[in-house]
Design a protein around this ligand. Structure first.
Ligand code: AMP
Length: 396
């Protein structure tokens, strides 16, 4: 079955058409600047990227353009839309309502809408994609795959904040966690790849990208994760501060004469690696700057690694041990120096890194030495494939 995977943002849309039997990507791309002007990037497997500038006033035109591109006579990946067996949508927030992916029905859409408050930028955009696909391809089953679902197995001691309990009861303020599709895919793959016992395994997944989160996965189930009510909590990220003293919010507001929205903008968009270095949110730029002797870039990189090591250490305690530490996403998969720095904090656990193996890229790779007490590996994440697999499992 061919599955169309859609990840709808407020002004953009990423898509992949995947053959679920071979798991090959038949075509992929994105629509950008929806509602502004419009740009379609389309790439059939084995071919060059095609870029088309065209008006996309709404997501409807964007999805129409994607569907046209998929069946284009010359460059289409399929002959007819009848060859699309199902559509899988990324949905950011499923609140406490969804602990797993779900077939999209009117009822399910209503339930997702109830979670809009928790992800006001993302969920409405995800729902637009779902509604447009239902309108354009009414007979094709659709599935919603939630960023939060994998983390729903966390116990109360991990998801409750030290706030009045009423706020949890009334407003559902609690830790939800994000990147769940990636944490689920990577932890399952790690158990297989490293030959661990699925029912007796302790895995820590470090998803380190522009947004970063870490999860503790015991016997295949998430028991804790660093992101919280929103994706702002946890480790230092590209432009996000991660966890800070909450009193800093009021302090900045007074000193900089900002309202709450102004401070939140600083914490989400002007902090993290960008704010600390004053250079860039991209680790590659910071690596170059640090190599040239820029102290701020060096400190930002070290603070990121140190903060990650502290969370990983905490999760070792939470699980009373660890079998494997896994790195994934843009930084996790590519920045061998940061991996080395993070792992340098785990000598007490008997972690030993093979520096040559750690330099390899682009594949599942064990970067610990054979006698390391804990296995350390790099496993490229593949959220689209995970969405495709869940979609097929639910519609078959
Ligand atoms: P992601 O959000 O998973 O796409 O990750 C994006 C981030 O990965 C970028 O902002 C970079 O900081 C980082 N990244 C990508 N390639 C490299 C690389 N070769 N070395 C270091 N960092 C990288």
């Amino acid at each position: 079955m061919n599955v169309l995977v859609i990840n709808c943002g407020s002004s953009s849309l990423k898509y992949q058409l995947i053959d679920s039997e071979t798991e090959a990507v038949l075509a992929k791309g994105l629509c950008e600047r929806i509602g502004i002007d419009g740009r379609l990037v389309y790439q059939k497997a084995g071919c060059d990227k095609e870029i088309t500038e065209a008006a996309m006033p709404t997501h409807k035109e964007a999805i129409q353009m994607v569907l046209h591109a998929l069946v284009n006579e010359k460059t289409g990946a399929i002959k007819s839309l009848d060859e699309v067996g199902a559509i899988g949508h990324r949905v950011v927030h499923g609140g406490e309502k969804f602990a797993a992916s779900a077939v999209i029905t009117d009822e399910m859409i209503k339930t997702v809408e109830e979670c809009n408050d928790l992800a006001p930028l993302h969920n409405p955009a995800n729902l637009i994609g779902i509604r447009v696909c239902a309108e354009l391809m009414p007979h094709v089953p659709q599935v919603g795959v939630f960023d939060t679902a994998f983390h729903q197995t966390m116990p109360p001691k991990a998801y409750l904040y030290g706030l009045p309990l009423d706020y949890y009861k009334k407003y559902k303020i609690r830790r939800y966690g994000f990147h769940g599709t990636s944490h689920s895919y990577v932890s399952k793959h790690a158990i297989q790849f490293l030959g661990l016992d699925p029912d007796n395994s302790k895995v820590i997944v470090c998803h380190l990208g522009n947004g970063s989160s870490i999860s503790a996965v015991q016997n295949g189930k998430c028991i804790d994760t660093t992101m919280g009510l929103t994706p702002l909590e946890g480790v230092i990220m590209g432009t996000r501060s991660g966890s800070i003293d909450p009193a800093i919010v009021e302090f900045i507001a007074k000193k900089e004469n900002l309202d709450i929205a102004g401070v939140m903008n600083v914490l989400n968009k002007k902090s993290g690696l960008l704010g600390m270095s004053g250079i860039s949110s991209d680790m590659r730029d910071l690596e170059d700057a640090a190599a040239e002797g820029n102290e701020d870039a060096k400190n930002a990189r070290e603070a990121l690694a140190y903060g990650i090591a502290k969370y990983v250490g905490g999760y070792v305690a939470a699980m009373n041990g660890v079998d494997a530490i896994i790195f994934t996403a843009g930084i996790g998969e590519n920045d061998n120096l940061v991996r080395e720095d993070i792992c340098s904090y785990f000598k007490y656990l008997g972690v030993a890194i093979d520096l040559e193996a750690n330099k390899k890229r682009g594949e599942d790779i064990v970067i610990s030495t054979p006698d390391s007490k804990v296995k350390v590996a790099v496993i490229p994440t593949n959220e689209e494939l995970a969405i495709c697999r869940d979609t097929v499992a639910l519609v078959k």
